[in-house]
Write a protein that binds this ligand. Structure first.
Ligand SMILES: Nc1ncnc2c1ncn2[C@@H]1O[C@H](COP(=O)(O)OP(=O)(O)OP(=O)(O)O)[C@@H](O)[C@H]1O
Length: 258
C-alpha cells in the first residue's frame, strides 16, 4: 500500500523529513503518532503527492513518485479528513450536499449527482451515524457531527487509503469518543479502506489499529505492530520523559511520572 525508502523532504534548506523507510501492507491499519512539529503534516502532504521528496523512493498505492503519473489520479484513491479541508466548506450547504460533493472531489456541488451517488451518499451518512442530521446546514452542526460528515464525504469515492488527520482535535470528550467509535466501526467492516490515523494522543490507538509509526523530529523513531511498540519503555523514550502506561478497554493511556 505504501513504501518509503530512505526518503528525505527538503523545505527552505531544511530537511523536515529525513531517512524515512516505512512499509505498509494490505490489511494493516496504522496510527501515525507524533508530537507537534514532528513532520506528520509534511508526510501526509507527500503521501498525497502535494510534496515531492528530494531523495529516496516513495510508492503510494502502487504508484512510484517520479516514475508513474501522480497528482489527481492518486488523490482520487485517497480519502482525506483534515481541519484545513473542513474549513473550506460552505456553511449553508447541508450535510447531505457536502457528502455528495465528495463524489466530485469538489468544495460545493456544481454538477448533478447521479441516482447512484445519491444512494451512496445516504448510505455513507448512515455508516457514520450522521443520517439523522443529513438535511441540516453545516453551520448548525456540532464539531463532532461535522467530523462524521467529513468522514462520510471522504468515503464517497470508496478510497483505498483513508487519511484521518487529527480527527478529534477540538472535540470534547463525548464527541471525541463518538468519532473514535465511528472510526472503529469503519475499520471493522469487511471492505474497510486502509486507515492512516494521525494523532498526538496515545489513547486514540483503538483496538482495530494493528501498527503504529512513531515520528519524531522528521524521522521515524520506530514503526511496527502495536503490541510490540506500545509499552512503557518505548513510549518513555519516544516522548523523552518517564511515563506510566495503563490499558483500559484495550486502549492505552499514558501518565507522566513526576
Ligand atoms: N515550508 C516549510 N519551510 C520550512 N519549514 C517547514 C515548512 N513546512 C513545515 N516546516 C517545519 O517542518 C516541521 C514539521 O512540520 P509539520 O507541520 O509537518 O509538523 P506536524 O507534525 O504536522 O505538527 P503539528 O502536530 O503541530 O501539526 C516543523 O518544524 C515546521 O516548522
Amino acid at each position: 500500500m505504501l513504501s518509503l525508502k530512505n526518503v528525505g523532504l527538503l523545505r527552505q534548506g531544511k530537511w523536515i523529513l529525513d531517512d524515512l523507510s516505512w512499509e505498509v501492507k494490505k490489511g494493516e491499519q496504522w496510527v501515525l503518532l507524533g508530537l507537534n512539529g514532528a513532520g506528520k503534516t509534511a508526510l501526509l502532504h507527500m503521501l498525497s503527492a502535494y510534496h515531492f521528496p528530494a531523495k529516496g523512493e516513495v510508492t503510494v498505492l502502487g504508484k512510484t513518485f517520479g516514475r508513474d503519473p501522480l497528482g489527481e489520479s492518486l488523490r482520487q484513491s485517497i480519502g482525506l479528513v483534515s481541519d484545513t479541508l473542513k474549513q473550506r466548506f460552505y456553511n449553508d450547504d447541508s450535510a447531505y450536499q457536502i457528502v455528495l460533493s465528495g463524489g466530485f472531489q469538489s468544495i460545493g456541488l456544481y454538477q448533478s449527482p447521479t441516482d447512484a451517488m445519491r444512494i451512496r451518499a445516504q448510505q455513507r451518512l448512515k455508516d457514520v451515524g450522521a443520517f439523522d442530521y443529513a438535511d441540516r446546514s453545516f453551520e448548525t452542526l456540532s464539531q463532532g457531527e461535522r467530523q462524521r460528515v467529513m468522514i462520510a464525504r471522504a468515503l464517497m469515492r470508496e478510497p483505498k487509503l483513508l487519511i484521518l488527520d487529527e480527527p478529534t482535535s477540538g472535540l470534547d470528550f463525548v464527541a471525541k469518543e463518538q468519532v473514535l467509535a465511528t472510526v472503529a466501526q469503519l475499520m471493522n467492516k469487511d471492505d474497510a479502506p486502509m486507515v492512516l490515523y494521525v494523532t498526538h494522543h496515545v489513547d486514540e490507538i483503538l483496538p482495530g489499529f494493528t501498527h503504529v509509526c512513531m515520528l519524531k523530529a522528521g524521522r521515524i523513531h520506530q514503526a511496527g505492530p502495536v503490541e510490540e511498540l506500545i509499552n512503557q519503555a518505548s513510549l518513555s523514550t519516544f516522548f523523552g520523559c518517564d511515563l506510566s502506561l495503563e490499558w483500559h478497554g484495550k486502549r492505552p493511556y499514558i501518565f507522566k511520572n513526576c
